[in-house]
Write a new protein. Structure first.
Ligand SMILES: [Ca+2]
Length: 241
């Protein structure tokens, strides 16, 4: 399985299929730091990383990267911290510990000067964001488009400027993971995230999920990094003779 390129992303440095766990940084990003660059960060598992800004992932200074199909789990700090950059954030599963004081799931910051080229036009679609103090938010002249996210069990779901809409089709419901206690963030058969993603399909969603399974299955993309495959697999009948 080779990495795919999210819509809108240019040819970018691939960061694909890594397991990045238990790292810490003193300032920006325990998991991955994207700075003055364009990267395709896809199908990685970031677990238990720590940093004051962007414990899972941090982007800064004009990154137009794509962040798709990643698990960003129980970071000690923000899941994704975006500073004056314009990433596509699609089909990620971002989970906090639900016992945190200040952590944010996705947080955006844009400075007003001196670099107007650092346009903040982030696409935030089909993501699960749960278990944070603040789910999705930002300060400054941020201009994200949000929709079809599952933002659940955060102390505050959204903290966005008044001009930013949270998306009429986003939901807030337990995503029903298979086994969070054993770091299995695939969807159970009764997950409300199944077939609840953007009906525009692929794109904007990437054409395969974190496991390399094709997307969509069941006629419509799911929210999060996993495309539920259980219902749609061929089941041979048992015949008793
Ligand atoms: Ca589906």
């Amino acid at each position: 399985m080779s990495p795919t390129t999210a819509p809108g992303a240019t040819a970018a440095v691939p960061c694909y299929g890594n397991h990045v766990a238990n790292n810490s940084a003193g300032s920006d990003s325990g998991g991955a730091l994207l700075w003055y660059c364009d990267a395709a960060v896809e199908a990685n598992r970031f677990l238990h990383n720590a940093a004051p800004n962007g414990a899972g992932l941090a982007l800064g200074n004009g990154c137009a990267s794509s962040l798709v199909n990643n698990w960003i789990i129980q970071s000690s700090g923000d899941g994704i911290y975006v500073s004056s950059s314009s990433p596509h954030i699609l089909n990620n599963t971002i989970v906090g510990s639900a016992s945190q004081g200040t952590e944010r799931g996705i947080w955006m910051y844009a400075s007003t000067a001196p670099s107007p080229g650092y346009a903040m036009i982030n696409e935030i679609t089909n993501n699960i964001v749960m278990g944070f103090s603040k789910g999705i938010g930002g300060t400054g002249p941020v201009t994200p488009t949000l929709d079809y996210n599952d933002v659940w069990n955060n102390t505050t779901a959204y903290e966005l400027p008044a001009h930013v809409a949270t998306g009429a089709h986003s939901i807030s419901a337990d995503p029903r993971f298979v086994s969070p206690e054993s770091a299995n963030y695939h969807l159970l058969a009764d997950s409300p995230c199944i077939n609840a993603g953007d009906p525009a399909g692929v794109p904007p969603a990437p054409p395969a999920d974190i496991d390399g399974d094709p997307r969509p299955l069941g006629g419509r993309v799911d929210i999060g990094a996993d495309e539920f495959a259980g219902f749609w697999q061929v089941v041979l009948p048992l015949v008793r003779r």
